[in-house]
Design a protein around this ligand. Structure first.
Ligand SMILES: Cc1ncc(COP(=O)(O)O)c(C=O)c1O
Length: 379
């Protein structure tokens, strides 16, 4: 396969057809989004400051002020190792392309977000799936990972907290994980898109701080509620950044000074933006847990440790795809069928949005599951 033959991203195909017409969204892996006016008010950005933006090209690695802000929050002292990108998607693509060569073995999460898996395949790498499934629930089983790590493994790509299952590592498992990777000699590609969305413990440290061969990714698209700003980043060793820049010179060249200035203010005031959204998601997670508890005949829903997505199994519906399509069409309620992650009897439910919308969506979902399982439609 060549990069031009990269497989379709089923998740994006699903959204392309439904995201803009759904009236109730309980699908997303992000939190409630901010509007520019709201953001300006919270962060104290004046129209004059926006007006003063000159649309010249930014440096290839991003504006110095934004790199400094990202480093100050996630890896103090390492601003020279930050590259700012168009969402973390670009960073994931550039870093994977910089590091993976045909024939390389690469550990990837299963189930996994498409960018973390298909990019490897398209580059000619050989994915070795770290299966996060275990019976009814999910877990990051380090013994399974240990079995996959041979001398030939070039890189280990992970995403904690994990999309779609919400699996994460506790602090002691994180320590063991980081040590395991460092000893293996493989590159660690750490997707920290949901780092700030944890509820039971403080966020995990950025492994870039301790693992020498590490690239870590972050984004404003999830916990900050700013997916449309299209700003993400990577921390990477300088020689990897040089390769990422070589590739980006053919792709996006740089990010925009306008989005960089808004992003800088956002990262400098991260807690102000993230705090209320995390609280909302936490309350929704409790609501989801009660909902699942009240419907033991319909769903089995492992409680997500972090992130804003859960991945319940729908009992008695081996493939939920048609049911999810009908839910969107008939009720205007958007969820993601597990088939987008290769697990057709599960549904990705996003609990980061407004509480009333979430409750409305879950009610429609349970009614549709009942209709499906009792009426035999869509099953
Ligand atoms: C695990 C994970 N990584 C990366 C991304 C990419 O997000 P963005 O490019 O908006 O930063 C997503 C988006 O859904 C995601 O779920």
């Amino acid at each position: 396969m060549s990069i031009g033959q990269i497989p379709r991203a089923p998740l994006e195909d699903w959204f392309r057809d439904r995201y803009f017409t759904a009236s109730v969204d309980i699908s997303s892996s992000g939190v409630e989004n901010y509007a520019l006016g709201e953001l300006r008010e919270i962060l104290g950005i004046t129209t004059r400051e926006l007006d003063e933006t000159v649309f010249r090209d930014s440096p290839s690695v991003g504006a110095p002020a934004l790199r400094a802000a990202v480093a100050a929050r996630y890896a103090p002292g390492r601003s020279e190792n930050v590259v700012v990108t168009h969402g973390s998607s670009e960073a994931i693509f550039l870093a994977t392309a910089a590091l993976v060569r045909p024939g390389d073995e690469v550990v990837v999460p299963g189930p996994g977000y498409h960018a973390l898996v298909s990019t490897v395949t398209a580059l000619g790498g050989r994915p070795r799936v770290w299966d996060l499934g275990s019976g009814e629930g999910f877990a990051a089983d380090l013994d399974r990972l240990r079995d996959l790590l041979g001398t030939r493994v070039r890189a280990v790509i992970v995403n904690f907290p994990h999309n779609p299952t919400g699996v994460t590592l506790d602090r002691s498992a994180y320590g063991e994980f980081v040590e395991l990777i460092a000893r293996s000699g493989a590159y660690l590609l750490w997707d920290g898109a949901f780092t700030d969305l944890v509820y039971d413990a403080p966020p995990l440290p950025d492994p870039f701080l301790t693992v020498e061969r590490c690239v870590s990714f972050g984004t404003l698209s999830k916990s900050y509620g700013l997916p449309g700003l299209r700003v993400g980043w990577a921390f990477a060793p300088r020689h990897v950044i040089a390769d990422m820049v070589r590739l980006r010179d053919y792709l996006t060249i740089a990010t925009s000074p306008l989005t960089e200035s808004v992003a800088t203010a956002a990262v400098l005031n991260a807690d102000v933006l993230i705090g209320p959204r995390r609280a909302q998601a936490k309350a929704n997670r409790e609501f989801l847990t009660r909902w699942a508890h009240d419907h033991p005949d319909l769903v089995r829903c492992p409680v997500p440790g972090g992130g804003v997505t859960a991945f319940p199994r729908v009992i008695g519906v081996p493939n939920v795809t048609d049911m999810c399509a009908a839910l969107a069409e008939d009720r205007g309620v958007l969820v993601v069928p597990g088939s987008c992650f290769g697990v057709p009897d599960r549904i990705r439910v996003g609990f980061g949005g407004p509480a009333d919308e979430f409750a409305k969506g879950l009610t429609a979902l349970s009614e549709t599951v009942v209709k499906t399982t009792t009426g035999g439609v869509w099953a």
